[in-house]
Design a binder for this molecule. Structure first.
Ligand SMILES: [Ca+2]
Ligand SMILES: [Ca+2]
Length: 267
């Protein structure tokens, strides 16, 4: 039965596109580019993720930790600035963290004052994109840390999402005291805990315009023991405009009617 209905769904979509083209309409949807980090420029960050500071690199293995299921690459960030651990990119994490504030479009000092503990070193990257109110963004992230829960180090991973321009808004994803961390070890670095791959609940863009989406990780309280953030599978779901909803509904019902006739004829 599914084989009879599927072609009609496909043809409904084709009709929708044809109708849009025939009326001269344009899809003014925004989008986040290169959410899979499979771009070929700037080591996988380009196109899209054109602003970065500190130790940031696109990798297929983050110190032995693979990307989430279905992904080939992940973007990695570290707090490595001192000590013997190897960086991902060859560039040390930024100290002070103000260079990361700038790379993410944040007011100077935002990362340093985001939590109760001053930040020593940080890394981050961002993308500026156009969006329509109601569009949704999701992503997968993995916080890996060498800091023990309850210890001196309060390293944290975070994301930022704000209208283009300067903002002081930052959302913490995890720190060593997060209940979601579980014991973890990987080759090369003395990690002790990881969140594993988490999927962020879809975030709705509240107003149309240019927006900045950024990610970062920061050393707070104990710079000698490091943390890492992996980011992968950034997805962007545009909200259909009202006229598109109407067209899709019309074609969906039309497709169902055709499907019913097909089933009737085949019976
Ligand atoms: Ca460090
Ligand atoms: Ca630390």
């Amino acid at each position: 039965m599914k084989k009879a209905t599927q072609p009609n769904i496909v043809s409904s979509r084709a009709l929708l596109v044809a109708a849009i083209m025939a009326t001269g309409g344009t899809l003014s949807y925004g989008q986040v580019l290169n959410g899979t980090f499979t771009g070929s420029g700037s080591g996988g960050f380009s196109p899209g993720w054109t602003s970065a500071a500190g130790d940031a690199a696109v990798v297929s293995s983050l110190y032995g930790t693979p990307p989430p299921s279905g992904a080939t690459f992940e973007a990695g960030l570290t707090t490595i600035n001192t000590g013997g651990f190897p960086t991902l990119s060859g560039t040390l994490a930024a100290n002070p963290s103000t260079a990361v504030d700038t790379a993410l479009g944040l007011a100077t000092g935002t990362i340093n004052t985001a939590t109760a503990n001053p930040v020593q070193e940080a890394s981050g990257f961002s993308q500026t994109f156009s969006a329509t109110a109601g569009d949704k963004i999701s992503f997968k992230w993995n916080f890996i840390t060498g800091e023990n829960a309850g210890g001196l180090g309060k390293d944290f991973a975070f994301y930022t999402l704000h209208p283009q321009g300067t903002s002081s808004s930052l959302t913490v994803l995890a720190n060593p005291d997060s209940g979601l961390l579980t014991p973890y070890n990987a080759g090369g670095i003395a990690f002790v805990a990881s969140s594993g791959w988490q999927t962020a609940a879809p975030i709705t863009i509240p107003s149309s315009g240019n927006w900045v989406l950024g990610f970062g990780v920061a050393d707070a309280g104990n710079p000698g023991v490091d943390s890492v953030l992996g980011v992968s599978s950034v997805t962007y779901t545009p909200v259909p405009e009202p006229w598109a909803w109407s067209l899709m509904s019309a074609f969906a019902f039309g497709g169902m009617a055709v499907a019913r006739r097909v089933r009737f004829n085949r019976a």
